[in-house]
Design a binder for this molecule. Structure first.
Ligand code: FMN
Length: 191
């Protein structure tokens, strides 16, 4: 199974990216191949001026086309996801998430905006034809201790929710993989 991970914070260090990296590690430990992208991999000018010919955007689109799922993370900015992430999503082909399972992760300063992923990001993922968008994980800033050593730490309740969401993601990816194997067997049978 192959997953693309996408860090959608324009800032570093980034709390939402901490969640993302823990998710990547969790998946890699279960033999999922993870290809990591971050907003910082893209030229700011390409994003700002909608350069559809950007080689980095084309590489992301090509990797997505061959992947089973997308694990993405964003900070909440002004009650939605980050605008910088939108500039990247706008450059992807219309069906970029067709047949993909998506797990969104988000961090915000206040739980007042814990539904931002549901009302702001999910419609965009649907427009990109995501097959299945799973129930995401929202963390407020107090649940991610950026000063912990040797690495940032999650509050236990958050770590538990993240693990549960990742287990569901893994299950959805496996389901998807077994359906495509079944489909190719069937096609061979019919041919
Ligand atoms: C420009 C800006 C706007 C923000 N707007 C919100 C907001 O509307 N609601 C909220 O809960 N947090 C808001 N925050 C706080 C961030 O969502 C929060 O600190 C988040 O964890 C940052 O994630 P990051 O470290 O991955 O960038 C905002 C932060 C910035 C810099």
């Amino acid at each position: 199974m192959h997953v693309i991970s996408l860090a959608g914070s324009p800032r570093l260090p980034s709390r939402s990216s901490v969640l993302l990296h823990l998710g990547e590690q969790w998946l890699q430990q279960r033999d999922v191949k993870v290809t990591s992208y971050s907003l910082h991999d893209f030229a700011a000018e390409d994003l700002l001026f909608a350069n559809f010919a950007s080689p980095q955007v084309k590489a992301l689109a090509a990797d997505l086309a061959g992947a089973d799922g997308l694990l993405m993370a964003t900070p909440v900015y002004k009650a939605a996801y980050s605008g910088a992430l939108k500039t990247l999503l706008d450059l992807l082909p219309e069906r970029a998430l067709e047949h993909k399972v998506v797990l969104p992760l988000a961090t915000g300063g206040s739980i007042a905006h814990m539904l931002a992923v549901d009302y702001a990001l999910k419609p965009v993922l649907a427009a990109l034809k995501a097959q299945e968008v799973l129930h995401g994980v929202f963390a407020d800033d107090s649940q991610v201790d950026m000063k912990a050593q040797p690495q940032p730490q999650l509050a236990p309740a958050l770590a538990e929710r993240l693990e549960e969401a990742l287990a569901n993601f893994h299950l959805a990816l496996s389901r998807r993989a077994s359906v495509s194997t079944f489909d190719s067997h069937l096609l061979r049978h019919i041919a």
